[in-house]
Ligand binder design. Structure first.
Ligand SMILES: *Cc1c(COP(=O)(O)O)cnc(C)c1O
Length: 224
């Protein structure tokens, strides 16, 4: 292994305040990198492609908690529903319905996050704040027995401007407080704020992230 996964992992973990969890983003990295982090006690890993996740899930330890962090097509939900621990990037009611349906078929309850689109880049997926308000106001989610909405996820713009990143993350933080008060005040499970990646997680920690998703800093550059 040409990368010091163990050292990098501990350097990241040492900077996380109590109560903030690390999702080690292992997409495009081989099993041996994941095993090196696993040997240090890391259990939550994130992947963004269904086939790659399927391959890794079937060959790596079964107590790994897999988070699906990428854009998920509805026709792929059935493949990950039997084992995925959390689906982080729910960006439509249609996808939420399909997760509920497939989780039901497996007799499971799948944890999900609603993905916000706050970044200025046009290519990013996610719900605008108004889309998200509408999805929650619609109320259909309350009838779903097999999904548990645990919080919000977002990606800040991929820019150097630290103030822009901070502004976007603070917007997500304020929006979390709004929907928590409006819809989840009595629901302790709605508590996750998933933001912060290798380049911007220090700002994420300052804006109340509870879950950072870090790949490159731990595993090195991805080889696509
Ligand atoms: C790849 C990815 C990450 C990790 O990015 P790094 O810059 O390698 O830390 C985090 N979140 C999502 C949604 C990703 O796709």
């Amino acid at each position: 292994m040409d990368y010091d996964v163990k050292g990098n992992l501990h350097r990241v973990l040492d900077t996380l305040p109590q109560g903030v969890r690390l999702v080690a983003i292992s997409k495009y990295h081989p099993n041996e990198y994941i095993e090196a982090a696993y040997a240090e006690g890391q259990r939550i890993f994130g992947e963004s492609h269904e086939q790659e996740l399927r391959q890794k899930h079937s060959t790596l330890p079964q107590d790994i908690e897999w988070h699906f962090i990428g854009h998920l097509q509805t026709n792929k939900v059935k493949y990950i529903a039997p084992y995925v621990s959390m689906i982080e990037a729910v960006d439509s009611l249609k996808l939420l319905r399909e997760i509920d349906r497939q989780a039901g078929r497996c007799g499971r309850v799948i944890k999900v996050l609603l993905e916000l689109h706050i970044a200025e880049e046009a290519t990013k997926y996610g719900l605008t704040l108004d889309d998200c308000r509408e999805l929650l106001a619609n109320g259909e989610w309350r009838e779903m027995q097999h999904v548990q909405i645990c919080g919000l996820m977002m990606m800040a713009s991929f820019v150097d401007n630290q103030e822009q990143i901070r502004r976007e993350m603070q917007t997500a933080r304020n929006f979390f407080d709004e929907v928590k008060a409006d819809y989840f005040a009595d629901d302790n499970a709605f508590c996750e704020r998933s933001w912060g990646m290798s380049d911007d997680y220090p700002i994420a920690l300052e804006t109340g992230s509870t879950m950072v998703r870090i790949g490159t800093t731990i595993f090195g550059p991805r080889v696509y």
